[in-house]
Design a binder for this molecule. Structure first.
Ligand SMILES: Cc1ncc(COP(=O)(O)O)c(C=O)c1O
Length: 425
C-alpha cells in the first residue's frame, strides 16, 4: 500500500499533482536543447550554455565547478516558486519534500547510483566530501590499537576526521608517502602494500589527489586491502564527473564525493556510498528520525534536518546534464584538453609539471610552474594577460583545471604566456 505522502511525492516529482499539492510541485523544468553534432562546433556551442562571459576562462574546477545555466535556473526557479506558493502547501501529513533532509529522494539517489554503479540504498546525500569522510571516520567501530592508513597527500577534507579520531580515541593514523610527480601506479600500490600491517583496519585514499590531480590506483589497492578484510575508503571529491567512477569495479567499501566540483552541481552537494555488505558497520553520526533505519541505510545516513531542497533540484539537473551530454564524451574531452596542456608544457624549457605524466594517472588537473615563479604571481599573470583563471599552489605554481567549458584555444593562449615567461623571467 502506498502512503498518502508517498503518492503526493511521486506525483509531484512526475509533475502530475493537482490542486493544493500541485502548487507545491517542483518548478517546471525548462532546458535548452543540446547542440547537435560532434567535435569543436559542439563544444563551442555548449559553452554558450554556461553563464560565464565569453572570453573569460575558468580553470579552477578542482576548487568548485561552474554550473551550466540550466542548473542555476532549476535551483533558482525552485526557490522562487516555493517562496511564492508556500501558503498553498499542505504539511498536515509531514509535509512535502521542501525540507530536503526529511525525505528519501529515491529518484535522485537512483540517478547517483547510475553514475557510480550503486544501489540507491547504498547512497546517502551529504553536503560535500568533508561530511562523507567524517561520517566514516566517526561512524566506524574500530578495536583498540587499530591503525588507519591514508596518503600524505590528503586534502584536509580527506584526513581531518582521522586526525580528530586519533587525538580523541588514540586510533593510530599513518600516512603513506606519495612522490611528486608519481612515475607509475605500481609505485603507489607497492607503497600501500608495504604500509599495511597487522594493526591496519582502514585504508583511506583519494581517487584523484587534490594538489597535483594525480589519479591513484584505487582499484588495485582496494582489492588488495579488501582481501585482507580491511575497510577501504576512497575520497572521490576530485573524481566524480571528471573520470569514470564505478564503485563496484573499484571494490571499495565506501566512496564519498563533492558533485559541486566536476559534476557541475551547486555548491553544497555531496554523496556518500557505502557497500551494502558493510553499510551496517557504520553508525549514524548526524541523527534524526530515521537514524536507525537499516532497511534504507542510505536514507539513515542522510539524516540532517531541514535543508535547501533547491540544492537537490540543482544536483538533479547537473546529473541530467551530465547524462545528456554523455559521461564518456565529457571524460574524453576533459582528458584531451588536459593531455594537450601537459604536452605543450613539457615542450617549454624551465617548466616543471608536478602532475603524473603517466597516461593513466592524469586527466583534467595539471599542476605546473615556470621559472620557479610564485604561484600567485603566475595565476595573476595568466589572468591579466589571457583572462585565464587557474589556482595558485604557492611555490608549486598553479593548478590548472580543464573542463568542457574550456577550449583548445585557451590552452594555446596559456602555453603562449608560459613560453613567454620561460624566456623572459
Ligand atoms: C581530494 C579532496 N578531498 C576532499 C575535498 C573537500 O571537498 P569539500 O570541501 O567539497 O568537502 C577536496 C576539495 O578540494 C579535495 O580535493
Amino acid at each position: 500500500m502506498i502512503s498518502r505522502r508517498q503518492f503526493i511525492q511521486s506525483a509531484a516529482v512526475a509533475g502530475l499533482a493537482v490542486g493544493l499539492q500541485g502548487k507545491c510541485a517542483p518548478a517546471k523544468k525548462e532546458v535548452p536543447p543540446l547542440p547537435s553534432g560532434e567535435g569543436p562546433g559542439f563544444w563551442s556551442s555548449l559553452r554558450a550554455q554556461f553563464p560565464m562571459p565569453a572570453g573569460e576562462a575558468y580553470c579552477n574546477t578542482g576548487t568548485i565547478g561552474a554550473p551550466p545555466t540550466r542548473v542555476v535556473n532549476r535551483m533558482v526557479g525552485h526557490m522562487q516558486k516555493h517562496a511564492r506558493e508556500i501558503a498553498h502547501c499542505d504539511w498536515s501529513d509531514g509535509g512535502i519534500d521542501l525540507l530536503s533532509g526529511y525525505f528519501p529522494y529515491i529518484e535522485l539517489r537512483e540517478k547517483i547510483g547510475r553514475l557510480i554503479n550503486a544501489h540507491y540504498k547504498e547512497i546517502a546525500l551529504t553536503q560535500n566530501a568533508t561530511m562523507g569522510m567524517n561520517f566514516l571516520a566517526h561512524g566506524l567501530d574500530l578495536p583498540e590499537g587499530a591503525e588507519v592508513i591514508t596518503t600524505d597527500k590528503e586534502h584536509s577534507g580527506g584526513r581531518s576526521g582521522w586526525q580528530l579520531r586519533a587525538k580523541r580515541y588514540g586510533t593510530t593514523w599513518r600516512q603513506v608517502p606519495v612522490s611528486v610527480p608519481v612515475e607509475d601506479p605500481e609505485q603507489i600500490f607497492d607503497a600501500f602494500m608495504d604500509a599495511i600491517g597487522p594493526q591496519t583496519r582502514v585504508v583511506s585514499l583519494p581517487h584523484v589527489t587534490s594538489g597535483t590531480g594525480t589519479i591513484l590506483p584505487v582499484r588495485e589497492i582496494c582489492r588488495y586491502a579488501g582481501e585482507k578484510g580491511l575497510f577501504t575508503i576512497v575520497d572521490g571529491a576530485q573524481a566524480v564527473g571528471h573520470i569514470p567512477v564505478d564503485v563496484k569495479d573499484i571494490g571499495c567499501d565506501a566512496y564519498y564525493a563533492s558533485p559541486h566540483k566536476w559534476l557541475l552541481a551547486p555548491a553544497g552537494s555531496g554523496l556518500l556510498y557505502i557497500r551494502r555488505e558493510r553499510i551496517n558497520e557504520v553508525w549514524t553520526t548526524l541523527a534524526s528520525g530515521q537514524w536507525d533505519n537499516h532497511e534504507d541505510n542510505g536514507f539513515r545516513l542522510t539524516q540532517r534536518g531541514t535543508g535547501n531542497a533547491a540544492l537537490l533540484a540543482g544536483l538533479d539537473e547537473a546529473l541530467d546534464f551530465h547524462f545528456e551530454v554523455g559521461p564518456d564524451r565529457i571524460y574524453g574531452r576533459i582528458k584531451e584538453l588536459g593531455d594537450s596542456l601537459r604536452a605543450g608544457l613539457a615542450a617549454i624549457p624551465r617548466t616543471s609539471i608536478l602532475t603524473s605524466l603517466h597516461p593513466e594517472m592524469s586527466s583534467g588537473l595539471t599542476t605546473f610552474n615556470v621559472a620557479k615563479m610564485d604561484g600567485k604571481v603566475l595565476q595573476d599573470t595568466l589572468w591579466e594577460r589571457g583572462r585565464l583563471q587557474p589556482r595558485s599552489q604557492g611555490e608549486r605554481g598553479v593548478r590548472y583545471s580543464t573542463h568542457i567549458y574550456n577550449s583548445p584555444a585557451e590552452i594555446d593562449k596559456a602555453l603562449a604566456i608560459v613560453a613567454d615567461l620561460a624566456e623572459k623571467m
